[in-house]
Design a protein around this ligand. Sequence first.
Ligand SMILES: Cc1cc2nc3c(=O)[nH]c(=O)nc-3n(C[C@H](O)[C@H](O)[C@H](O)COP(=O)(O)OP(=O)(O)OC[C@H]3O[C@@H](n4cnc5c(N)ncnc54)[C@H](O)[C@@H]3O)c2cc1C
Length: 502
Amino acid sequence: MTVTLGDPVVEELRRILGHDHVLTGKADRLNRTRVPAPFPVHRWAERMPDLIVMPGSTGEVAEVLRLAHAHRIPVVPRDGGTGLTDGAVPLRGGIVVDVKRLNQIKEIDLDNRTCTVGTGINALKLNEVLSRHGLLYPDDPASYPCSLVGGRIGTSGWSLIGSRYGHTRDLVLSFDHVLPTGRVIHVGDGIGRKITKSSSGYQLKHLFMGHQGTLGIATEATLKLFPKPEAEFSPFWAFDDYDSAYRTVGQLARAGVATFAGAVLFDEWKVAYLRRDDEAYIPQPASVKALVCAALYGYEDEVRAGGSRLMRIARSMGARYLGDEISQGDWAARHDRYATPLHGRTRSGQVVPMSWHCEDASINYTNLPAVRLAWHEIADRLRRASDVFDDWGMFAYTNGATGADYLTEIDIGIWEQRLDDAAWAAWVSAKRDLAAVALAHGGSISACHGSCREGEVDLVPEELGGGFDVMLAIKRALDPHNIMNPGKYLLDRAYPDQDGSP
Ligand SMILES: Cc1cc2nc3c(=O)[nH]c(=O)nc-3n(C[C@H](O)[C@H](O)[C@H](O)COP(=O)(O)OP(=O)(O)OC[C@H]3O[C@@H](n4cnc5c(N)ncnc54)[C@H](O)[C@@H]3O)c2cc1C
């Protein structure tokens, strides 16, 4: 069922939330039809919600879900709308629950080192307040200024400094979660909000993370805090070839330096793209073919000692240190790189506006070189098939402090305005091929964004095996009418007796 103006459901929503917090205007709806992931412009209207609600409390979210459950209306949670797997995009109309008004800091507990916040707040704003207390919430994605805590939970996000502090799933201790029926539960360890380890019962916190809004809505979260680091060191090194850079990043990640927060490997395609089309990039001599950067955080004396060790390792591998200015500048720009207007090139070299697709598989260190070659081959095929695609190169980011696996990213520029149906079909097929390469190399389709997009989603049952059947059973048990984000993750298969609509 969808909702239309004048419908008693709309009146009921206005009674629950107040007139101003039920948005029905075309601009409000259009603003929530998409996320930054490229999609054919001529098809945007297919993804319009019927209306948007902006609740101000957990109780209001619960009332909205109770109503939607009773009337079988689709509901899509939305926070910052920066997700790159279409999670916050409504595929069946219905209600978008935009949680941005849940942005209060409810408590900062200096002794237990936690804070409790509404899930509509972002880490940038939160850290402005925490820094007055000498504290940091270190969930640090490239989308740091614009993604919000609820979206980080909904995607189970990945942090650029996760090798030191952990990722979203490690940093969110517990949260209030509204189930699809409107029932409110609290998930996390222990009966309070601030326990970090418990062995009682199922580990439900993890079930209600990364579900892309298909199992309900997180409204209030308790987060783990750390001392604000006294020092940061972010050395940047240049290499004449990919293999040397690859070997070096492995050595750095495996060194066991306690302040090591992460390292990033840039391949030749990435360096060429930055050199060609990124105005923020500081030019390097033509001999530079690959780059590695690392980041260390902590007290000054420990960062100095750890930094010296990493510098020694890199030097012994033949790396050329690029100097303090470039090093600090590039790391400082980590939240900005994709916020600037983007462009790419057609095959003839013509500059055209392009949007950004970011593939984000998890790949073991030993498989990075093979995945890199296979992915660039797919990108090359795509580029030859249609002039609306451009290969922007690859990054590999350490995931944890041991260097076992990497968030492996290929960036593909897509001229979104020229994505006709044929180009879109070529893209969906390539997307499936990219995901298949990750699985063929023992990886996961997604390290951080999720795997809901057309093409990749077909392979999720293969990645999860029998676990996918468990996922279907959980979905059906918790959301009997399939109201939460219907159409995502092939979860319609949980309802063989329905046609897919709630
Ligand atoms: C420039 C750029 C850089 C990025 N860099 C990174 C990065 O380094 N690391 C990374 O992990 N991601 C990155 N991303 C992707 C994106 O920022 C993350 O996926 C982020 O976690 C999404 O947060 P959001 O608030 O924008 O959520 P949204 O896009 O609004 O929602 C994401 C998903 O969560 C669901 N959801 C939203 N709110 C809730 C809630 N309260 N309860 C339950 N489910 C909810 C939505 O339905 C949707 O399925 C980047 C994106 C961009 C545009």
